[in-house]
Design a protein around this ligand. Structure first.
Ligand code: ES4
Ligand code: ZN
Length: 337
């Protein structure tokens, strides 16, 4: 049976995509030419968009991907570059039937290159406005902190007046934690999460992607996150799995990402059936679609269907969990439910 039309029509919520991860090799080369950005001369992958795309098929780990991800974003300079990047994502989201998107961005990776926070934010805000008026897609922004940098750098960034202003005026509703996971446990970032909770911000963190299930535990207990990004290694700790099911913590699972970064051997090997039978709430997401085979959210839904042959009822359960676990207003949830 062909589930494409059904899965496209479901009112999907996306909770785990990095806007910088929507930068395709084609747009990367165009922006680099416009902004006079140079690529590493010793890496033949940067010969053309085609060779770069080919290299993206052979990531060996999260860090191997992140190397290209951070080089790629050097081509983003002006507010209109950030707007075009996010518009490109929202166009795909609309075609895939996304109703609501909560998207990540990495301010430290831009501040370190001399790009101001307001340059990034104004571009993304313009794109969000267009997504709402042109496609009816509601969206929220989540500011992520980079765990491979010293926690002091995250604290300084969090405290910037422009960053604090974006929290206060609700242009940014929450914080996340991303980048290299192994050797950077969640508790290193306790101070930011404590401050974020005091400000009434939503909180999530990447955990249990490459790192152990104990990182999921400390993200929940020490950072007091309300969601867990990835969380696939939760399967290694049955008692924690039970606790997460009871607390209705949403996991934001990214099937193609996990396979392409070698965190899972195949989509069929992901613990989707275990999560469903244990009542663990999860959503299905694209993570960095331009880097992961050009697979946006609908491809991820279709791949899960191919691997697990879920029933209409099971899809309804997944879809409702995504709506309930969203950080939009209650009225929007009622409309989507
Ligand atoms: C990321 Cl897949 C993934 N994991 C951790 N950090 C990230 N930043 C962008 N994509
Ligand atoms: Zn991610």
């Amino acid at each position: 049976e062909d589930f494409t039309a059904f899965l496209q029509a479901l009112p999907k919520c996306e909770h785990h995509m990095h806007l910088e991860g929507a930068l395709t090799p084609e747009v990367l080369f165009q922006l680099a030419a416009k902004n006079h950005t140079t690529f590493p001369s010793d890496d033949p992958a940067f010969t053309s968009p085609a060779t770069l795309k080919e290299r993206y098929n052979h990531f060996t780990s999260l860090d191997d991907f992140l190397h290209y991800y951070y080089i790629g974003m050097e081509a983003l300079v002006t507010s209109s570059d950030f707007e075009a990047l996010a518009c490109d994502y929202f166009q795909h989201a609309a075609a895939d039937g996304v109703a609501h998107a909560e998207v990540f961005f990495d301010p430290q990776a831009h501040l370190s290159r001399g790009i101001t926070y307001d340059t990034v934010l104004s571009g993304f805000m313009a794109a969000r406005h267009r997504a709402k008026t042109e496609f009816g897609i509601t969206s929220e922004l989540i500011c992520c902190f980079l765990r491979h940098l010293p926690a002091s750098n995250s604290l300084q960034t969090f405290a910037l007046p422009s960053v604090q202003a974006s929290f206060h005026n609700k242009q940014v509703i929450g914080i996340g934690l991303d980048s290299s996971e192994l050797d950077f446990p969640p508790e290193l970032f306790k101070d930011i999460y404590t401050d974020a909770e005091k400000l009434g911000l939503k909180r999530t963190a990447h955990a249990g992607e490459e790192g152990p299930a104990s990182y999921i535990q400390t993200a929940l207990s020490t950072l007091r996150t309300q969601r867990i990004d990835h969380g696939i290694r939760l399967i290694e700790d049955p008692s924690l799995l039970h606790q997460i099911a009871t607390a209705k913590i949403l996991l934001t699972v990214c099937p193609y990402s996990n396979v392409l970064l070698r965190c899972a051997t195949s989509i069929a090997s992901l613990p989707i059936r275990h999560f469903l039978s244990a009542g663990v709430q999860f959503s299905i997401n694209s993570d960095d679609p331009a880097y992961f085979g050009g697979h946006y959210i609908l491809d991820n839904y279709l791949a899960v269907q191919d691997a697990f042959h879920l029933s209409l009822d099971e899809w309804a359960t997944i879809c409702r969990a995504g709506i309930s676990g969203s950080w939009c207003c209650e009225a929007r949830k009622v409309v989507l439910l």
